[in-house]
Design a protein around this ligand. Sequence first.
Ligand code: AMP
Ligand code: MG
Length: 471
Amino acid sequence: MRIEHDYRRLPEVLHTAVTPDAADAPELLAWNEPLAEALRVSELGIDRRRCAEVFSGGPLPDEFDPVAFAYAGHQFGMFVPVLGDGRAALLGEAVDESGRRFDIQLKGSGRTPYSRGGDGRSWLGPVIREYLVSEAMHRLGVPTTRALAAVATGERVYRDGAWPGAVFTRVAASHLRVGTFQFLAARGLEADLVALADYCIDRHYPDAAGADDRYVALFRAVAERQAGLVAHWMSLGFIHGVMNTDNTSIAGETIDYGPCAFMDEYRHDKVFSSIDHQGRYAFGNQPAIAQWNLARLAECLLMISDTRDAFETVLSEFPDRYEAAYLERMRAKLGLLDSCAGDDRLIADWLVYLEEHGLDYTLSFRELVSRIDAADTAVFGDFEARWRRRVGDQGRDANELAAAMNAVNPLFIPRNHRVEEAIQGAVDGELTVFENLRSVLDEPFVEHPALAELANAPEPQERVLQTFCGT
Ligand code: AMP
Ligand code: MG
């Protein structure tokens, strides 16, 4: 792992040196070997014990130079001028085999100038959750930050009681957010905004550099990524739970796995987060919230660009962009290999059917595959006959169609009740459920006969009704 510090080209007001706390008795809970290989961590020349030390706060090798980043953000619609990394430290960037640059960040390694009242720590629960869900998202093909390591610190963290502490190592295309722009904009730091926007173009959207107005081009590129990202979430039944502007990545990755959840039974207005009282971040609101967050980014970029109309055009095109991306994903999930008028209606009716019958979102698609040429009475009512006619008209071989559908409809998702079970196990020093989940989620589209029950929807008594912020 060759560590670089390219972020130093960013305005100084955005980063402050910090010293992560070394853990008392670090112990590796999880290590992401394929990712470690891609990032060439072995070049650090450290053994497993040293790895646990480094990825829980130190002592750190000399080439690491940890900083906390400043950002602002709208939380549940309310602007907070100073947020920042209150429990995270960027160690530096690693460049992978193909030359791509990734931030390596510790989460839960102690207080920073942005901790406000917080302890800068994390307990095991959010660490296990982010590890499982972010890696599952990656395997499902969704752009996301990744998990390199989870290390137990051997220390206690106090929440509603004393819990085992842990540090999570997050790998991200970058940690620049809409909130990073807002931090500078709120202070009227125009020259710094120019530097940040140019840096984002350089690092994430080099094609925008040659455009007539590069900040409009940057904005369009960010909006396109968000449209595709949220469409992907919606197609998988994923609820982010806390789509604040500080949790909206400029690089277009899913970031911040707090109260997130995959739905079991389909409900358009489903909310899990314990703090989302108004349902602002309900499942069905996510596309509109993404557009709202983009409008906040546009406001910042308008300070350094004078083409207001162009920003408005990009914003107003967002719903169509999103719809197109969503339709494409849903067509694939339903085995509609070509596009026909009325497909949007068929998709909408499928969702209505699932909702009216309280059916499991993920498994219903897999069950639909088994209905392609079933001869017995319909499982999915009138919808099934209509759907079968539609896919039948494509003249494709049934096996070919089934394979295409199974390749985009996961059998395994990180279901809440399983994630909770994995956390409970880890708290008790038992990692079996965590390991089993990791292994099925590594290949979520194929059967794992020995662990088949991990695909199941929760029994009524297993249902998780609420999720919590990862603090
Ligand atoms: P999040 O909910 O993860 O988006 O965090 C929102 C803000 O709260 C960020 O500025 C975090 O750094 C900060 N924060 C969350 N938990 C802690 C903690 N335990 N100690 C200090 N700051 C925290
Ligand atoms: Mg956050």
